[in-house]
Design a protein around this ligand. Structure first.
Ligand SMILES: C[C@](O)(CO)[C@H](O)COP(=O)(O)OP(=O)(O)OC[C@H]1O[C@@H](n2ccc(N)nc2=O)[C@H](O)[C@@H]1O
Ligand SMILES: Nc1ncnc2c1ncn2[C@@H]1O[C@H](COP(=O)(O)OP(=O)(O)OP(=O)(O)O)[C@@H](O)[C@H]1O
Length: 286
């Protein structure tokens, strides 16, 4: 029985500028994506019947609405084997946090099934296919930190510093669509050059809207700002602060009010999913 176990990492938007709104309602962005070593885990086991099973289902998400199942359905018609798949998920990434957990799960599924079902798509083709599942799916398929434009799918590989982060989840979930449709969202930030992006000369245009709509985000932002340059990731709710040492990050974490979930994690410029998949593929050839 062939089994492949892959991490499904979270991402941070080190900054996020909204430069315009398109006619289809989506927004043109400039953002700097970096992965963190905080991951869900997905286990893929090939089976002799053609079904796509998920264990356990995620509370509040119907089977066919789950981005993991949607990703599997996208590849199903391209598979070059008769086998189906059982996918087991161990989920730790909070939903509605702006750290891209659902998109990451979808991308990890695309990467795994592309290999197990021998679909043989290139990463570019897989990212293009994944874009229909969500604007954040391409970065997770790409697998390297990147400066992103378009709706988040035009990617230029970069290697920002890899500090430790204190990641903090206020007690609320922020629906991405709610922030992007808010009347007061800044949508005309002037475009910057990639050289500025690499100096991290950026902010998150969603921050003020998220703070105004969610008092929990506001409170957590003010709390974290005491210790440095606190930032929002994506449309929130999660906030993060960079540290040079893990000890410093843990010291601040120890002071955090108990009502908020916190993690100390590290930025990584290659996706842990790709690292493990490449090792697995290499082990199959030895
Ligand atoms: C905010 C980010 O997380 C930054 O990385 C992403 O842009 C959001 O990516 P995502 O969650 O994969 O977003 P999607 O599932 O594609 O879109 C959710 C909703 O957000 C809005 N949306 C999303 C991305 C974008 N560039 N412009 C938008 O206006 C749209 O109203 C869309 O209906
Ligand atoms: N496998 C999945 N994991 C998490 N959420 C999923 C999954 N499949 C579908 N969803 C739906 O997607 C929504 C967004 O979840 P996600 O974890 O991606 O939030 P997020 O981190 O705020 O996303 P983003 O940063 O991409 O906006 C959830 O509220 C849930 O309804």
């Amino acid at each position: 029985m062939t089994t492949l176990t892959l991490p499904s990492p979270a991402k941070l938007n080190l900054f996020l500028h909204i430069t315009s709104r398109r006619n289809d309602g989506y927004h043109e962005l400039q953002t700097l994506f970096q992965f963190i070593d905080l991951c869900d885990e997905l286990r893929f086991t090939l089976t002799d019947n053609p079904d796509i099973s998920l264990i356990p289902e995620i509370n509040g998400v119907d089977h066919e609405d789950n981005l993991i199942v949607k990703a599997a359905r996208l590849l199903e018609t391209h598979k070059k084997t008769q086998q189906g798949i059982v996918i087991s998920i161990s989920k730790i990434l909070p939903m509605g946090g702006g750290i891209g957990g659902g998109s990451s799960n979808a991308a990890t599924t695309l990467l795994a099934l592309n290999t197990l079902w021998k679909c043989d798509f290139s990463l570019e083709a897989l990212a293009q296919l994944g874009k229909q599942l969500g604007a954040d799916v391409p970065i997770f398929v790409f697998g390297h930190s990147a400066f992103a434009e378009g709706i988040g799918e035009k990617l230029t590989q970069t290697s920002p510093k890899t500090p430790y982060y204190l990641l903090l989840k206020p007690n609320c979930e922020v629906p991405t669509g709610q922030i992007f449709t808010d009347k007061y969202l800044t949508r005309d930030t002037p475009a910057i050059r990639i050289s500025h992006a690499l100096k991290l000369e950026g902010h998150n245009d969603c921050l003020e809207v998220a703070r105004r709509l969610y008092s929990e985000v506001d409170e957590a932002f003010l709390w974290l700002t005491q210790f440095g340059d606190a930032k929002l990731t994506g449309t929130g709710a999660c906030l993060f602060l960079a540290f040079e040492s893990i000890d410093e990050a843990k010291r601040v974490e120890a002071c955090a009010p108990e009502k908020w979930q916190t993690w100390v994690c590290r930025g990584c410029n290659t996706s842990p999913a790709h690292d493990v998949l490449n090792q697995w593929i290499a082990s199959q050839h030895t």
